[in-house]
Design a protein around this ligand. Structure first.
Ligand SMILES: C[S@@+](CC[C@H](N)C(=O)[O-])C[C@H]1O[C@@H](n2cnc3c(N)ncnc32)[C@H](O)[C@@H]1O
Length: 218
């Protein structure tokens, strides 16, 4: 059964998958390769989310895109595959092991040249960007405790018509479960409140995948 979006029953998920644009051959291979990692494979975004990200990137035509949290590279494949010819994607992750799988599949898709992978805590990679760097598009999908910092770092460099997409902001519905006070759940709640209270931006949570917040300048 394919991974699907929150609140979508498996049968309906299968129907949606049958009428949505299909993942590319390399994306399918990457889904299968990632499944070999077992439980960890649950970190990969759903195919419809990859298609959604690709749609946004295609429409926005970003010159410089950033991804925080790459894992085995599915979201990066989706984003990089939709970039304009002069576009590039900076990927931030801390795992050599998982991103080795990503690099293999970016190569297979002919996208290696468009992707710059940096292995380091994302807050360091973002802080080290040249002062005049402008970010046109960002996808954040890493450690939840870092979300507010990533948001602030990216927002400070966001192009006037730029977009920040942040994953897992519904967190399987745990955001409204008052008995759940785990560190990650509290971090997602704190992030959602931080953005909601920020007069600099406008945002909407799209219930695709595990919740995807789209954020732009107010
Ligand atoms: C949910 S997975 C990303 C899934 C990916 N977007 C995809 O489509 O498959 C989260 C990733 O964040 C990475 N990560 C965790 N802490 C990090 C940090 N401080 N800086 C950068 N990446 C981090 C993990 O190594 C993991 O690969």
């Amino acid at each position: 059964m394919n991974k699907t979006s929150i609140g979508i029953e498996p049968e309906l998920g299968s129907y949606l998958a049958s009428v949505n644009s299909s993942p590319s051959e390399v994306q399918r291979q990457l889904i299968d390769r990632t499944a070999e990692l077992g439980r960890r494979a649950g970190m990969q975004i759903a195919p419809e989310q990859g298609e959604f990200l690709a749609t946004l990137v295609d429409l926005l035509s970003p010159t410089f895109a950033v991804e925080v949290g790459t894992f085995t590279g599915y979201s990066a494949l989706s984003i990089a595959g939709a970039l304009p010819p002069d576009g590039s994607l900076l990927c931030c992750d801390v795992s050599e092991e998982w991103t080795a799988i990503a690099k293999e599949h970016w190569e297979l898709a002919g996208l290696s040249g468009a992707i710059d992978l940096r292995i380091a805590p994302a807050s360091e990679t973002l802080a080290d960007l040249p002062a005049d760097t402008v970010i046109d598009f960002a996808f954040v999908d890493a450690d939840k405790a870092g979300y507010v910092e990533y948001y602030e770092q990216i927002l400070s460099r966001l192009a006037p018509k730029g977009l920040i997409c942040v994953d897992n902001t519904i967190w399987s519905g745990s955001v409204i479960d008052e008995s759940d006070t785990s560190v990650d759940t509290e971090a997602i709640r704190a992030f959602n409140r931080h953005v909601a209270d920020d007069p600099r931006t406008r945002q909407v949570i799209v219930p695709i995948g595990d919740g995807l917040t789209l954020i732009r300048h107010a």
